[in-house]
Design a protein around this ligand. Structure first.
Ligand code: ADP
Ligand code: MG
Ligand code: MG
Length: 200
């Protein structure tokens, strides 16, 4: 599936809306195992993203590249550079490799891993993103986004029982167990927004 600039803009508008609605919950999760700013961080970033006018960009790749740069520059904390890199690499895959959305998703997640050096099981946003990408590959076509979102939700839920070994939550060691990773929770919102914008 090729992504239009209108779909990309609808994705970001919906993401901004879902993050706005859940920012307090994200911050509360980060209060349990981090420094109580995750909702504030991603909300600041996506508020800025929501001010971009998609009409200023020739295609989805150019627009999402700007989204990535905006998140890197406006969001303090670990999540800004990580989500920023996600969108930069996502955009790069759309242009350079002429990739579809599923391949771009894989490239974006690869960017997060290259930057953050985390793997599955370390209680990060990857707990939602990696299973989501697997589901996207397995369900390409019919109801793909339902499968993607369900896998992300299950993955975020599974992060509750994990001990963090990357990011701030890792400072807590065993005490990081019992709380959902804030970044996994925000990644679910970004994927729900993608489902909304890109349909089945
Ligand atoms: P900070 O921890 O700097 O305050 P945020 O609170 O905005 O930044 O983001 C925290 C989230 O970032 C974590 O919940 C986790 O999902 C994600 N994160 C932190 N480090 C990594 C990493 N190395 N790889 C992937 N995700 C990470
Ligand atoms: Mg934090
Ligand atoms: Mg912080």
């Amino acid at each position: 599936m090729a992504l239009s600039v209108d779909q990309a803009a609808a994705w970001m508008a919906k993401a901004a809306q879902l993050i706005e609605a859940d920012a307090d919950r994200l911050t509360d999760l980060d209060r349990q195992i981090g420094d109580a700013d995750h909702g504030l961080n991603v909300r600041r970033g996506f508020r800025e993203v929501a001010t971009l006018d998609a009409a200023d960009y020739p295609d989805a790749a150019a627009y999402l590249k700007k989204v990535g740069m905006t998140l890197v520059s406006k969001v303090g904390g670990a999540s800004g550079p990580l989500y920023g890199t996600f969108f930069l690499r996502f955009a790069q895959a759309l242009t350079g490799e002429g990739a579809g959305v599923v391949e771009a998703l894989g490239a974006g997640i690869g960017g997060i891993q290259a930057r953050g050096k985390a793997e599955a099981g370390e209680k990060t946003m990857l707990e939602a993103l990696l299973p989501a990408y697997e589901a996207a590959q397995a369900h390409a076509g019919e109801r793909m986004w339902d499968a993607v979102v369900a896998a992300a939700e299950r993955g975020a839920e599974a992060s509750v029982d994990m001990v963090a070994t990357k990011g701030r939550a890792s400072y807590l060691g065993e005490r990081s167990r019992g709380t959902m990773d804030p970044g996994a929770a925000s990644a679910v919102l970004i994927l729900r927004a993608a489902r909304e914008a890109m349909g089945a």
